[in-house]
Design a protein around this ligand. Structure first.
Ligand code: FAD
Length: 471
C-alpha cells in the first residue's frame, strides 16, 4: 500500500470507527417486521427487501390495489446493497451512457427516454408520498485525473450533449472553484436529473408506503427453497411457506433462488469510508457548495459525496471473496480500508487527520452487462431481476417495473428492447472466478501508473465482456 507513516496515519484515523454502514446506523431505523411463521397464499411473492423488491411491491400495488402481494426479506429491509451505496442518483438505467452505447446502440434513444422518465417517476413518487430521505439535486460531477482524464471527460461531454443532457465542461480552474482538490484537472458536470439521497431512509420510506398500500412484509424470513407446482410456486422459508402464483427474486448479488443465477452474476465487494462531520472551516477549505455526487476518471475509481450533516462519504476499493461471499469478516476491521483513507487524504490534503466514523463494504452484483438482466425459471412463474452493478439506486425502479410486466406477460414496449431479450455472458465458476478476480483487482490497483503485463491481462478480461477501461 503506502509507506509506514501513511499507514500509521490511516490506522489512527480509523480508531474507534464503526464497521457498519453509516446509513443504517441511524435513529430512524424502524423495528423489523415479524418473521413469517405460518403458511400463506398470494398472487405475487417478492423475495428480497432492497430497492428492487420495494419498488416492485409499491408499483405492483399502485397498478392493482386488489393484488395480493407478500414480500419476504432474509434479514432486515435494506441490509444488502440498498443500505450501503454512495447513493449518487443517475438518469441512466443501463449503468451510464457509455455502457448503454456499448451494449445496445440500436436502443439508445429509447433507453435514454426511459431513463429520464424513470428518474422523474422516482422523484415524483418520493414527493407524492412525502418520503423524508435527504434528496438533493446538485447533479453529478465526473472529475478528470491527469491529462488522460481530461480526454475522457471531453469524449463523455460530447455523448452527454448528443443525448440532450444539461452537461457542462469545466477546466481545471472551474472544477477547483467547485471542489478544491489538487487531483482534479477538469470536470464534467451533469446538472439536472442527478443528485444524492439517503438510501436507507428512502428504503424505510418505501417499506412504510408499501405496507400502507397493503403489502404484507416479513423480515428475518429467508427463502430456503422453491418448487413449481400446479398453482404456481411453493416457496419454503425458515419457519413457514408461501404458495404464490408468481415469484420475483429481488436477491441481486446474493443471487439466491436458483443455482444457475450465479453463472452470470458475481458478488464483488466495494468499500466506503465516512468522515466525522466537517467543521465550517473544513467545509470552506474544500468548497463543494453545490454538493454534487462525484466520480473520478481512474480505472480503479473513487466516488464521493456529502451527507446531510456534512460528512464526506468516500468509496471505491473493489475486492472479491471466494465463493461470492457477500459478508466477509475481513471487512469489519481497519486493514482493507487503509488504502481508501490514503486516497482520501491525497484527494483532500487540507483534511489530513480527520477521523472516519464509519467504514463498510457492500455487495455489488457484477455481470458483463453491468446493468439489470432477467432470468426466468419455473416456466416463467419465477423471475430473477438483478445485476445493476454500481448503478442501481434509481435503475431498480425501472428494473422492477419491467420485471412485473414480464411476470404478468404484459405486452409493454420495453420487453421488445434488447436488454429485456438477452442475457449477459457466463462468468467462469470457482476456483477460476476467484483466481481471475484476484489477478484483475491486483492489476487494476496500478494499471494507470505501471501498465506492463496488466494491459494485456485487462484486455483479455474485457474480451470476456467486462468493460474495465471503458469510459
Ligand atoms: C458500495 C456500493 C456503492 C454503491 N453506490 C451506488 C451509487 O452511488 N449509485 C447507485 O445508483 N448505485 C450504487 N450502488 C448500487 C446499488 O446500491 C444497488 O444496485 C441496489 O441497491 C440494488 O438493489 P437490490 O434490491 O437489487 O439489491 P439488494 O439491496 O442487495 O437487496 C437484495 C435483498 O435480498 C435479500 N435476500 C437475499 N437472499 C434472500 C433469501 N434467500 N430470502 C429472502 N431475502 C433474501 C438480501 O438480504 C437483500 O436485502 C452501490 C452499491 C454498493 C455496494
Amino acid at each position: 500500500m503506502c509507506d509506514e507513516q501513511t499507514r500509521a496515519e490511516a490506522l489512527a484515523a480509523l480508531q474507534g470507527t464503526t464497521f457498519f454502514p453509516y446509513w443504517l446506523d441511524a435513529p430512524q431505523r424502524p423495528a423489523d417486521e415479524p418473521a413469517l411463521q405460518c403458511a400463506l397464499t398470494c398472487d405475487l411473492l417478492i423475495v428480497g427487501g432492497g430497492f428492487t423488491g420495494l419498488w416492485a411491491a409499491l408499483q405492483a400495488k399502485e397498478a392493482n390495489p386488489e393484488r395480493d402481494v407478500v414480500l419476504i426479506e432474509a434479514n432486515s429491509i435494506a441490509i444488502g446493497a440498498s443500505g450501503r451505496p454512495a447513493a449518487i442518483l443517475s438518469t441512466s438505467v443501463m449503468h451510464g451512457l457509455a455502457n448503454a452505447l456499448r451494449l445496445f446502440p440500436q436502443d439508445m434513444e429509447t433507453l435514454e427516454q426511459l431513463g429520464k422518465e424513470n428518474l422523474d417517476g422516482f422523484r415524483e413518487t418520493i414527493e407524492r408520498y412525502g418520503i423524508d430521505c435527504d434528496l438533493e439535486w446538485g447533479g453529478e460531477l465526473t472529475v478528470a485525473i491527469g491529462d488522460e482524464g481530461r480526454e475522457d471527460i471531453e469524449k463523455e461531454y460530447k455523448l452527454y450533449r448528443h443525448y440532450g443532457h444539461d452537461a457542462h465542461l469545466l477546466d481545471r480552474d472551474a472544477v477547483q472553484r467547485e471542489v478544491n482538490s489538487p487531483l482534479f484537472n477538469g470536470g464534467l458536470w451533469s446538472k439536472q436529473r442527478s443528485g444524492t439521497v439517503h438510501p436507507a431512509k428512502l428504503a424505510w420510506g418505501l417499506k412504510l408506503v408499501a405496507a400502507e398500500l397493503g403489502v404484507q412484509i416479513y423480515e428475518n424470513t429467508p427463502m430456503v427453497s422453491n418448487q413449481q407446482n400446479k398453482q404456481g410456486v411453493l416457496v419454503k422459508t425458515a419457519q413457514g411457506q408461501v404458495q404464490a402464483n408468481k415469484v420475483l427474486l429481488a436477491t441481486n448479488a446474493f443471487a439466491a433462488g436458483h443455482r444457475k443465477i450465479r453463472n452470470r452474476v458475481a458478488a464483488i465487494r466495494d468499500r466506503i469510508v465516512v468522515t466525522e462531520p466537517l467543521s465550517e472551516e473544513q467545509m470552506a477549505s474544500i468548497g463543494w457548495q453545490n454538493r454534487q455526487g462525484i466520480y473520478d476518471t481512474r480505472t480503479q475509481l473513487n466516488y464521493m459525496r456529502l451527507t446531510a450533516d456534512n460528512r464526506i462519504l468516500f468509496g471505491g476499493r473493489l475486492d472479491y471473496f471466494f465463493g461470492n461471499n457477500t459478508d466477509p469478516a475481513e471487512d469489519k476491521q481497519a486493514d482493507p480500508y487503509l488504502r481508501l483513507v490514503d486516497n482520501f487524504y491525497r484527494t483532500f490534503p487540507t483534511l489530513r487527520g480527520i477521523r472516519f466514523s464509519h467504514a463498510w463494504s457492500g455487495p455489488i452484483a457484477l455481470t458483463t452487462r453491468m446493468a439489470v438482466h432477467y432470468q426466468s425459471y419455473h416456466g416463467g412463474k419465477m423471475l430473477y431481476a438483478g445485476g445493476y452493478s454500481g448503478f442501481g439506486v434509481t435503475a431498480t425502479r425501472f428494473g422492477a417495473r419491467v420485471a412485473l410486466a414480464m411476470l404478468d406477460d404484459a405486452q409493454v414496449p420495453e420487453r421488445n428492447l434488447q436488454f429485456a431479450r438477452t442475457q449477459p455472458a457466463f462468468i467462469p465458476p470457482e476456483p477460476f472466478r476467484w483466481i481471475g478476480a484476484k489477478i484483475t483487482m491486483y492489476a487494476l490497483d496500478t494499471l494507470d501508473e505501471k501498465g506492463g503485463w496488466r494491459i494485456p491481462w485487462v484486455r483479455m478480461v474485457e474480451k470476456m465482456g467486462f468493460p474495465i477501461t471503458q469510459k
